[in-house]
Ligand binder design. Structure first.
Ligand code: ATP
Ligand code: MG
Ligand code: MG
Ligand code: MG
Length: 579
């Protein structure tokens, strides 16, 4: 039982100017977090408690699904990333650290990076020792601070530069087993988000372009989200709209997206999308959904897979793939370099026949994958979110899925909903594991070396926390679900110092604690109005009010935060009610 007078809960009457959306305002006003720098926050005691609750729920569901908690370092020797497949592409998003004590300017070759995600670490960590088929069928997870150099941090914890993520990684012997693990994780995600009291939808984030790989995002419907979800309730179809959004950035890229970075490539013999589409027999209505450029003997493919965010574009295969010619297989590999990544590949076509086959088949299957940029002038627009940063209406070349368009499953009209991505799971296949030096190879029953089939599973713990507030608040403040609330019961003592009131507060508080609730006693010397307002603002689910007049009548008041009615309860019954 904690007492407000001894606690630190700095509530604010007004929203600080830095906050634009309700949940961000409430995070600040309820004294949960404070801003330290752009996209960098400190959690105050109440915020830390709520965060811990979200984390605990997540860990419980992970453990129940058979995953094991471990903890990897956040500061990672750069060698790990250099050995992996996306060093060049990922550098831009990573905070890079010179060796301690060095006075170097921004280091050309950093000694360490701050981890934005941990595939590059977990693969050699586990792969180095899990070398038998008996070691397969394992899933690991951690809850850790992640660092991403978001170009436009915003909305408080929603898009931060330092944030808390639960990231998990699975290693299986076979593709089928990996799919089973993936399904088990998806089910655990559903349980977790439901326990957080969230309304959410899980959406297809990828249709399986890469052999055996696929992905789902967990989306919280909210107008302030950065993603759009298309769905049809009847058929149950739901997808990230980026899968169905696409466009060719017109020549005037700068005007189109002032926040983007324009890259120019030397791509001789590039063909227009129409010509290309003709060549591959892609129907007119799908032309803008797949963008491939083919030079005479060069291939230049731009495929953006769910490239909805600035840093995803950065994490893409761009740097990696452009540095050398690639085979068709490598191209597809590179395109899947990162969940929801931008893949840009330029390479010599070694097996044209195979390529045609692959594309004829995949071109259509790539339909879902939005294309942010590239045009026949061989320019490519990076780091742009189509719906957020581009004024689509101004540029007719963009084609966005419209409300009412037929659902690919049922043919019924699609609806569109803005949403926040709170979780993302991805069946990786053997992308990271299939490498002798840093990968994860095991010896199967017949003595053959095989790459582990991997999956990765992310949840934005701090973003989930704020999404709960975004979905659960009213004009007076936060309306915490019981499961996440920093305290579940607040006992508001109107006349602190009055023996009878203090004793009853203690007694009821103990009863509530015995029943498993966490209790905050508001014992401050403040007017009742101030106390009620604060209790509403910080959103404690159940308020018990002890007042002098009530005591005389042998009563206390009880009120649920999400209900209007105030119940008068006989003191003798109050304990029973709490239990
Ligand atoms: P976004 O599309 O919003 O940029 P992401 O696709 O880059 O997110 P993932 O790499 O899939 O993110 O990471 C897993 C989860 O981590 C996301 O689903 C999200 O909940 C969370 N997350 C990612 N970036 C941030 C961030 N900058 N601030 C807070 N949470 C984040
Ligand atoms: Mg995303
Ligand atoms: Mg991102
Ligand atoms: Mg994602």
């Amino acid at each position: 039982m904690d007492y407000w007078s001894k606690h630190y809960i700095p509530t604010l009457k007004e929203s600080p100017a830095e906050a634009e959306i309700d949940s961000h305002k409430l995070l600040l006003r309820a004294g949960l977090v404070r801003k330290i720098g752009s996209g960098i926050y400190a959690f105050l005691p109440l915020g830390a408690k709520a965060l811990e609750n979200v984390k605990r729920l997540c860990c419980e569901e992970m453990n129940r699904a058979g995953a094991m908690e471990l903890l990897m370092p956040a500061v990672v020797p750069a060698e790990y990333w250099k050995a992996g497949p996306r060093w060049n592409a990922a550098r831009e998003i990573m905070y890079q650290v010179a060796s301690a004590g060095e006075k170097a300017e921004f280091p050309e070759e950093p000694a360490f990076v701050l981890g934005p995600t941990h595939e590059e670490i977990v693969t050699p960590l586990i792969g180095g020792e899990a070398t038998s088929y008996r070691d397969m069928g394992k899933t690991f997870y951690q809850v850790q601070t992640k660092f991403r150099n978001e170009i436009r941090p915003r909305y408080g914890l929603m898009r931060a530069r330092e944030f808390i993520m639960k990231d998990g990684y699975s290693f299986d012997a076979t593709d089928e087993e990996a799919t089973e693990t993936y399904k088990r994780m998806a089910a655990a995600y559903e349980k977790f988000f439901a326990r957080c009291g969230l309304k959410f939808i899980s959406v297809e984030a990828d249709t399986g372009v890469m052999g055996g790989a696929f992905s789902h995002e967990f989306m919280v419907p909210a107008e302030v989200g950065d993603d759009d979800v298309v769905y049809n309730l009847e058929s149950g179809y739901a997808a990230n709209v980026e899968k169905a959004t696409s466009g060719i950035v017109p020549a005037d890229l700068e005007e189109a997206a002032p926040v983007g970075e324009i890259e120019k490539f030397d791509t001789p013999g590039v063909k227009t999308i129409e010509k290309l589409a003709q060549e591959f027999g892609i129907p007119a209505e799908q032309q803008y959904k797949t963008l491939l450029f083919v030079g005479d003997d060069k291939l230049f493919a731009v495929v953006v897979r769910g490239c909805d965010q600035v840093e995803e574009a950065k994490l893409g295969a761009l740097g990696y793939a452009l540095i050398r010619p690639a085979t068709v297989d490598e191209i597809f590999e590179a395109m899947g370099a990162y969940p929801g990544s931008l893949g840009v590949v330029k390479g010599t076509i070694k097996n044209r026949e195979k390529l045609d086959g692959v594309y004829a088949d995949n071109a259509i299957r790539l339909v879902g994958n939005g294309v942010t940029g590239a045009n026949e002038k061989a320019m490519h627009l990076r780091n742009v979110n189509v719906s957020r940063d581009l004024d689509i209406d101004k540029f007719g070349d963009f084609r966005k899925v419209q409300v009412g368009e037929p659902c690919p499953v049922s043919g019924k009209p699609l609806e569109i909903q803005r949403a926040i991505e709170v979780g993302h799971i991805f069946k990786l296949g053997t992308k990271y594991s299939d490498n002798e030096e840093y990968g994860a190879l095991y010896v199967d029953k017949d003595g053959n070396r095989q790459p582990a089939v991997m999956g990765c599973y992310g949840i934005g713990i701090s973003r989930t926390l704020q999404s709960i507030i975004e979905q659960k608040h009213d004009k007076n403040g936060i309306v915490w679900p019981w499961s996440v609330a920093p305290y579940q019961v607040i006992i508001t003592v109107l006349d602190p110092g009055m023996d009878e009131a203090d004793t009853l507060a203690l007694q009821l508080g103990r009863a509530a604690e015995a029943a498993g609730a966490s209790v905050l006693v508001d014992d401050r010397e403040e007017r009742p109005g101030v106390k009620f307002k604060d209790a509403d603002l910080i959103g404690i689910p159940l308020r018990v009010t002890i007042g002098g007049r009530g005591l005389k009548n042998g009563e206390v008041e009880m009120k649920w935060r999400d209900q209007e009615d105030v119940m008068k309860v006989a003191i003798a019954d109050a304990e029973r009610v709490l239990v």
